[in-house]
Design a protein around this ligand. Structure first.
Ligand SMILES: Nc1ncnc2c1ncn2[C@@H]1O[C@H](COP(=O)(O)OP(=O)(O)OP(=O)(O)O)[C@@H](O)[C@H]1O
Length: 335
């Protein structure tokens, strides 16, 4: 049964055609990854799914109704925007309890409901700390926790791991993985990292120029992907880089390790890349990291680069931008 049906939807902001005849459907319980370059239309799509915007043309149905049609639908569909802030002086438990009251969770169930969510998002030990002292990753998981209050049918997560360090990404992945395997919630998850979509999602859709460029089971993307990814990372000193090289040579997930000064290049299976980064991040300060996935880049290039898209394609710019977006992956922030 489809829980989301988007049919031939268009949406413009003045002269900018953000969505241009986009159609997509999602089965209940699926985890859908939405990938696209900057400005492809992902956030516009998400706002239509949660009723924050209306389409100019076409129709949107979520959990059996038009999302702009009243609060009953909005209760069943939750949106975690890219940036969610909380009052720093409150604790995680207080914030979740507040959301439980707002969502009309019965008083006698509230404490148990909040406790269960704290465990689900991995914040049980930090429940009574003020959120002003939470890390970026903990804040993001608390945001996911607030979205889980009242047991929604659909979760819409807009780039939930953007800007997180490897530990934060891994912790968030674990929460999404357990939600996907242990509940019937449908998760729609946008990301600039194809590897993340490959790891977490059962279905993927690639959006380019406001349209679906390609869609299907992630298994198909996986088949198109290379067996190995390249992880590049820089350590604070040559001594640390040398230690890490030794450590990774003994790590069963790493198939090759090369070091030049403070820089390391490691090849690994796509699903091992985050484990390797976490293992290093637990013991050393990583200055910079990047995960490159040549096979996925090629698949993406093919999906959006073939006709080039509006105004940028004939000279290959769209394909180049696509490849750049894919290689950027989740790297960047110091750990
Ligand atoms: N409120 C707005 N007013 C004018 N133009 C907008 C507005 N919101 C989005 N756009 C434009 O619509 C297009 C699609 O934007 P959207 O935010 O949906 O893309 P996105 O895929 O989420 O991008 P990103 O990955 O950068 O967040 C872009 O060209 C953007 O500049």
């Amino acid at each position: 049964m489809n829980v989301i049906d988007v049919d031939d939807v268009s949406k413009a902001y003045g002269d900018v055609q953000a969505l241009d005849g986009l159609s997509l459907s999602v089965e209940q319980g699926a985890t859908l990854g939405v990938f696209g370059t900057n400005g492809a239309g992902k956030t516009t799509l998400f706002k239509l799914l949660v009723g924050l915007n209306r389409p100019d043309d076409g129709s949107v149905s979520v959990a059996g109704a038009d999302p702009t049609n009243g609060t009953a639908v909005r209760e069943r569909v939750r949106y975690l925007p890219e940036h969610a802030g909380f009052p720093p002086s409150l604790t995680g438990r207080e914030i979740l309890s507040f959301h439980a009251r707002m969502r009309s969770v019965p008083r006698e169930d509230r404490d148990h409901h909040v406790e269960r969510i704290l465990h689900t998002v991995g914040l049980a030990d930090a429940a009574d700390r003020r959120v002003g002292g939470y890390s970026n990753g903990m804040n993001r998981r608390l945001g996911l926790g607030t979205a889980l209050v009242g047991e929604p049918a659909v979760l819409i997560l807009d780039e939930p791991t953007a800007g997180l360090d490897p530990d934060g990404i891994r912790a968030f992945h674990e929460v999404v993985e357990s939600l996907a395997s242990e509940t019937d919630v449908t998760i729609v998850f946008s990301s600039h990292a194809l590897g993340e979509i490959q790891r977490l999602c059962s279905e993927a859709v690639i959006i380019a120029d406001g349209q679906v460029a390609t869609a299907g089971p992630v298994e198909e993307l996986r088949r198109a992907a290379a067996d190995e990814v390249t992880v590049s990372l820089s350590l604070a000193s040559e001594a640390a880089a040398s230690d890490v090289a030794g450590m990774l040579r003994n790590h069963e997930g790493a198939s090759s390790v090369n070091r030049t000064g403070v820089d390391l290049t490691v090849t690994a299976a796509p699903t091992d890349a985050y484990d390797l980064l976490t293992a290093v991040g637990e013991r050393y300060d990583i200055d910079r990291f990047e995960v490159r996935e040549p096979g996925l880049e090629a698949a993406f290039h093919e999906a959006v680069g073939a006709d080039g898209g509006d105004g940028s394609g004939s000279d290959g710019t769209a394909g180049a931008a696509a490849a750049e977006a894919a290689t950027e992956d989740v790297g960047g922030e110091p750990v």
